[in-house]
Design a binder for this molecule. Structure first.
Ligand SMILES: *[C@@H]1O[C@H](CO)[C@@H](O)[C@H](O)[C@H]1NC(C)=O
Ligand SMILES: *[C@@H]1O[C@H](CO)[C@@H](O)[C@H](O)[C@H]1NC(C)=O
Length: 403
């Protein structure tokens, strides 16, 4: 549970689920405008103690696949993707530093993708709008454009898969092994879903289970999905029963709730077919996904990027999977340090907050002791990381175990 105030987490989740999409759109804007462990190829547990074999009837139990391989590439420095970017504004060097500190301790190498600035946008350069025409370029549109620039470049350069992070992403020191475990489980999950013969959706897992073949160059079988969400929020119940539960030693130790009402036990993670998911803290995309999103974007101007993705998924036009709990979640400045409003670029930054100087001194004393000025955003489904990369440097350099 390290940094995570679970009570607050639950309360805010419930509240925000009620408040719904309108709030989440605002959150998206905020998110986007923000905008060494040795890894061995992971060998999965034998199927006899694979938690998926004991899960409910609607869960996948289609196993084992003789063609299944333990692959090395998902544990490489780009996590098995052909390209790996984080989107950041060149004025948010604070976020750049934290990305680099976390990358260093986890042994990954996301490249900077420069975010589009609002001042660089012109209304003329945007697609027409069916609704009200915006009065001026906004942070939301700059955010959407930043993502769209990657989708476009992906098609131009013929990248086979891209993993995209927003600049305030947080992850685990063992994210490489986590992704190797995920890639391993995906080889069970996707053929199992396709074997369920789901017929009421065009975006359903499809094809002959034997066609799902992972290779070192294509460890996630990119021709079978448009988007993989690794950092979504507002997990929904719909389609949650299409899940594949697997054992991941890098995941949480205590049981956590899962969207279908069940629980994921210690070290259990689920891959699921998505119906919609907000937040774009981290996702992977394929060329087909990039084509679909670019086409959709040309038809509608006034949608935040996660709303666009979510709409396409809901309309059965985008094949999307995700994993619970998240592999990447959003961090923000710790409450009470006087930096709260740095978490938002839509409101004008003014240093300080309403806390008394005395209260602030207390928080700062704690922050110095723990060498920790961040906390996780409670919107994201997670139980916290076992080894948060955010605390990884303080641990390695000074032996401060993340609290
Ligand atoms: C799915 O369809 C295939 C081909 O029609 C059939 O062989 C298989 O038994 C079906 N599986 C299920 C779970 O219905
Ligand atoms: C990681 O693996 C993927 C898939 O094989 C590959 O495309 C990518 O170039 C690799 N990354 C590095 C840094 O070699």
């Amino acid at each position: 549970m390290s940094y995570f105030d679970s009570i607050k987490h639950k309360a805010s989740r419930r509240l925000l689920l009620i408040v719904g999409i309108s709030v989440s759109l605002i959150i998206t804007i905020v998110i986007c405008l923000h905008s060494t462990s040795v890894i061995f190829p992971y060998k999965s547990e034998s199927s006899s103690n694979d938690p998926s074999s004991s899960s409910t009837s609607s869960s996948s139990s289609f196993s084992p696949f003789s063609s299944k391989k333990s692959l090395k590439s998902p544990a490489n420095t780009t996590l098995g993707f052909h390209k790996f970017f984080y989107i950041n504004l060149d004025t948010r060097y604070d976020l750049d530093d934290i990305i680099q500190l976390q990358s260093d301790v986890a042994g990954i190498t996301p490249d900077l993708w420069p975010a589009m600035k609002v001042s660089d946008l012109t209304l003329k350069g945007l697609p027409p709008s069916a609704g009200e025409w915006p009065k001026e370029p906004s942070g939301m549109l700059a955010c959407l454009r930043s993502h769209a620039n990657i989708w476009r470049q992906m098609l131009k350069e013929k990248w086979g898969s891209v993993l995209i992070l927003e600049a305030d992403s947080a992850w685990d020191v063992n994210v490489r092994q986590m992704m190797a475990n995920f890639a391993d489980a995906l080889q069970d999950a996707l053929p199992a879903f396709s074997a369920m013969n789901i017929t009421n959706s065009k975006a359903a897992p499809h094809g002959n289970p034997k066609d799902y073949v992972a290779t070192e160059n294509d460890p996630y079988m990119a021709q079978h999905w448009d988007i993989l969400q690794f950092g979504g929020c507002f997990e929904k119940k719909e389609r949650a029963k299409y899940k594949h539960v697997y054992y991941d030693p890098t995941a949480h130790r205590k049981p956590i709730p899962y969207a279908d009402g069940s629980e994921l036990g210690p070290h259990e993670r689920a891959i699921r077919w998505q119906n919609e998911l907000m937040c774009t803290t981290a996702y992977a995309i394929t060329p087909t996904g990039a084509r679909k999103l670019l086409l959709r974007m040309s038809l509608q101007l006034n949608t935040p990027v996660d709303g666009l993705i979510s709409e396409l998924v809901r309309e059965d036009k985008l094949r999307a999977y995700s994993t619970t709990p998240n592999v990447f979640i959003q961090w923000q400045y710790r409450d009470g340090l006087g930096s709260n409003n740095k978490n938002s670029d839509i409101s004008k930054f003014k240093p300080g907050d309403d806390a008394s100087q005395e209260a602030r001194n207390k928080m700062w004393a704690l922050a110095r002791k723990e060498m920790k000025i961040w906390q996780y955003n409670g919107l994201f489904s997670t139980s916290g990381f076992l080894h948060p990369a955010l605390g990884g440097q303080a641990e390695q350099l000074y032996g401060i175990v993340p609290s």
